[in-house]
Design a protein around this ligand. Structure first.
Ligand SMILES: Cc1ncc(COP(=O)(O)O)c(C=O)c1O
Length: 351
């Protein structure tokens, strides 16, 4: 058995449940985007809508295209919202929506969890369903809690670029039994019985393969060690950037002392366009990304969907640099990155 929720996928889901302390077993998927696509669909059905009905979904423009693609693939209309200093959804965006918006999808960019409590409070006031795209945030907590522990459904990605990986993969975590049941059917073509393969919803096959689950189980065993080593690397970055932030050369991700962020990449926002630094780093064999981006400016999305005021997003989109950061980075590697950055910043200050 290499697929179809066989022994290793089941064991992996149980391992996830015990690490994530979730009431219901997390549901493994073939990737994070399909976990999100299916969670949006399951939530839409739970709200009483049909599969091709439409409504507005509030979503930060500052995310990966995959978030918004999953909304559009569900026949829903993204309503682009702004972020704040935390680079995540500004909760005030919820107060500005009209009643065509029935769902909000905050995103944990760089692994940084959004303001779960305030978003939850405003969403309740407005009667809007909340699901979290925590694709890059496996292991991140806010006030010591995973997002689902505050009562919200969420998804994670286990893509090869993430600190916790199954090569390709992802999962959805929900404490709502109806949503859980729908998700299990959805990932298996929407089948609710196997004798005839009858379906009540047209689901898209999104099952995790056994080989991914085996990789996931092995990484779950190493996860505490990964977190420990990653935290040491993150602290080095934090220490290095303190003086540049104090001097106003750049900004780093604003987080509270009780936030634990696993940092996929380390984002900095420069005063000027990021091109110069990215090219300089490339000339020194260091690859930095322009990540995340403003999805409302991407070819398919430009001018097509409603936008709230996006001043912070527009302001940072060309100035943000995602610096490489990985778990097993040696002192030599971080030193090389920091010395190269020092050379660049010292040089640009004297120009
Ligand atoms: C915010 C966000 N959403 C969705 C995804 C999609 O996850 P996957 O690559 O596992 O499909 C990613 C992946 O990087 C992401 O960063």
């Amino acid at each position: 058995m290499v697929t179809n929720q066989s022994v290793f996928v089941q064991e992996f889901e149980q391992g996830l449940q015990s690490y994530l302390r979730s009431e219901l077993t997390p549901i493994a998927f073939c990737n994070g985007e399909m976990a999100l696509y299916n969670l949006i669909l399951a939530t839409k059905l739970k709200l009483g809508y049909g599969i091709s009905d439409s409504f507005g979904v509030l979503v930060p423009s500052f995310t990966f295209s995959g978030t918004v693609n999953a909304i559009v693939a569900n026949h829903l209309t993204p309503v682009f919202a702004d972020v704040d200093d935390s680079f995540t959804l500004n909760p005030d965006a919820l107060l500005k929506v009209d009643d065509t918006v029935k769902m909000v999808i905050p995103v944990a960019v760089y692994g940084h969890l959004p303001n779960v409590d305030l978003i939850g409070k405003y969403a309740r006031q407005k009667g809007i369903a909340v699901i979290f795209d925590n694709a890059p945030a496996f292991g991140s907590t806010r006030n010591g809690k995973f997002t689902h522990e505050s009562g919200f459904s969420e998804i994670y990605s286990f893509h090869a670029t993430k600190p916790f990986t199954t090569m390709e993969g992802g999962c959805a975590v929900t404490s709502d039994p109806e949503t859980w049941e729908t998700l299990c059917q959805l990932r298996d073509f929407g089948q609710f019985e196997k004798e005839r393969g009858d379906v009540s919803i047209p689901g898209l096959n999104s099952k995790m393969q056994e080989i991914s689950a085996i990789v996931g189980l092995s990484n779950l065993n190493r996860w505490q060690d990964i977190l420990y080593r990653r935290t040491e690397v993150i602290q080095k970055y934090d220490r290095f950037f303190t003086k540049y932030e104090a001097a106003g050369t750049l900004r780093t991700l604003k987080r509270n002392s009780d936030d634990f962020c696993t940092f996929i990449y380390y984002p900095i926002v420069l005063k000027e366009d990021a091109d110069g630094l990215i090219q300089f780093l490339a000339s020194q064999s260091i690859t930095a990304r322009r990540y995340y981006t403003a999805v409302h400016t991407l070819q398919f999305y430009r001018g097509k969907y409603p936008e709230q005021d996006l001043s912070v997003t527009n302001n940072i989109k060309n100035r943000v640099v995602a610096l490489p950061l990985h778990t097993s980075m040696s002192d030599d590697e971080t030193d090389y990155l920091f010395t190269t950055l020092e050379t660049y910043f010292d040089r640009s200050q004297t120009v």
